[in-house]
Design a protein around this ligand. Structure first.
Ligand code: SAH
Length: 200
């Protein structure tokens, strides 16, 4: 593993994610929205996340910027980053496939929106966010730069912290009891095993 390969893996992850997403973006433009929690705050959060996961690491990969924050490349960390990248890409593919026409870049409920609770959504209710966390971890492991590396954790972390409860509120308004039951049997980003409780 060399620094150039680690940088190429970051690019492969970012491009792979975008390719997985393209058909969903096209379809979502054609599917009318019935309820939404979009707004200025959501737009700012999307910009922060895009800066952390995309703009800053790209500036480092393409131009070595910011040079003063660079540290020595460690192949073992980069190998772990490669594994996290592969897991993230697989999870992006599976989550997009399961969500199908219910996917949105922001917080929307579409006409004839269905609550997806199967596939990768069986044990986790935000597996696409799990995939973004894996991306952020991969980026930190692949890029030996104190700014570009952790930028994804900070950028996506900010979006996640401020968005996830808003999203759950929206889903609760749209699906009521069905979503409340779903919350009880799932973890947010880490799978929850559905073991029946032992009687006391
Ligand atoms: N938070 C989810 C989905 C991200 S895409 C995840 O991490 O996998 C964001 C859109 O997905 C939101 O507009 C919301 O309406 C929709 N959504 C979130 N969870 C959903 C589910 N279980 N079924 C259907 N749509 C869902």
């Amino acid at each position: 593993m060399t620094l150039s390969i680690a940088k190429a893996i970051y690019l492969f992850l970012a491009i792979g994610w975008y390719i997985v997403r393209i058909p969903h973006e096209r379809r979502s433009r054609r599917t009318p929205i019935s309820r939404s929690a979009r707004g200025g705050k959501e737009r700012i959060l999307l910009c922060i996340s895009f800066t952390g996961l995309g703009i800053l690491p790209f500036a480092y990969v393409a131009f070595g910027f910011p040079r003063f924050a660079t540290y020595a490349f460690q192949p073992s960390l980069a190998w772990a980053g490669a594994a996290a990248s592969a897991a993230a890409l697989l999870l992006f593919y599976l989550t997009h496939r399961s969500l199908g026409r219910n996917w949105s870049v922001s917080l929307d409920v579409r006409e004839s929106h269905k609550l997806v609770t199967d596939g990768v959504y069986t044990y986790v209710r935000h597996p696409m966010y799990s995939a973004f966390w894996l991306w952020a971890i991969a980026q930190a492991l692949l890029l030996p730069n104190w700014i570009a590396g952790p930028a994804g954790l900070v950028g996506f972390g900010t979006l996640y912290l401020f968005r996830v409860s808003e999203e759950e509120k929206l889903m609760n308004e749209a699906f009521g009891h069905e979503y409340a039951d779903y919350i009880k049997r799932t973890g947010r980003i880490i799978p929850r095993a559905n073991r029946p409780r032992a009687p006391r």
